[in-house]
Ligand binder design. Sequence first.
Ligand code: AMP
Ligand code: MG
Length: 271
Amino acid sequence: MVIMIVKNRAVNQTNFKNKKIGFLATGTELITGELLNTNSQIMADSLLQHGIKIGEHVLVDDDQDNIQDAFRFLLEKNDCVISTGGLGPTSDDLTREALAQLLNLNLIFNPTSWERILTRLNNSGRYPTGAIPMSNKKQAYFPEHSKIIPNLNGTADACEISCEINSQNKIIYLLPGPPKECLPIFSEIILPSLLNNNFGSDQKLYRWRLQGVSEAQMAELLELELKKYNLIFGYRAHSPYLDIKLNLSPSAELEEILNLVEKLVGPYWIK
Ligand code: AMP
Ligand code: MG
């Protein structure tokens, strides 16, 4: 893997059209089943609504080597990786260390971030002034050349890192784990930035909800009747319903395809 860090942010104005986003969720509690990974699910669903392609999702425990392996895998397969978790003050919060190690970057202290952490903790009333645990200082360190994204709902700021891996532009976001912290950063900063970087595709998701027909029956019918269009249908059976999904780009055949699908699903379609 040949890695180059993008230091000049202007280089980042690449056209990422039709590119994919991968998700990393770190935390041993996710592996053991103690906690459900809702972060990646909510972000992926939101990206899909904006026509952005989703790649792989990886869950990994709080082990630095495992986190590093997960980043390597996701960065080879995707153009952007969004990670959540592991930015806390404790020794099992290792996301920043793992990424810095993979990209061969130093972790650099950011005084603005530290000031913000101190103000937040002093205002929390949890500590007498001057008794802030120094373990929190770890949260003010970021891989060099990161763009820091302030966290308005917690102490762990997020960051964005641009790099080139095997001559491909990549963007990495490290976000805190708690949903009330990472999801506002995602919707207010990351999603607009991805759209700005042209991550969206021209595809639109079409979905039909059916009742009274089996997945196998419907698949056989649709795939036979629409064979010539080479479509990839998605099916989701969730009793008593069956959802049929198609991702389609604008084309001369679009209207024809939609009319044909609607004719075939018609008898079972719940509008
Ligand atoms: P961490 O920053 O990894 O220590 O995570 C702090 C807390 O954020 C966890 O204890 C969970 O309550 C929550 N959290 C972390 N990751 C996720 C996730 N993928 N989905 C939902 N909640 C999460
Ligand atoms: Mg943790």
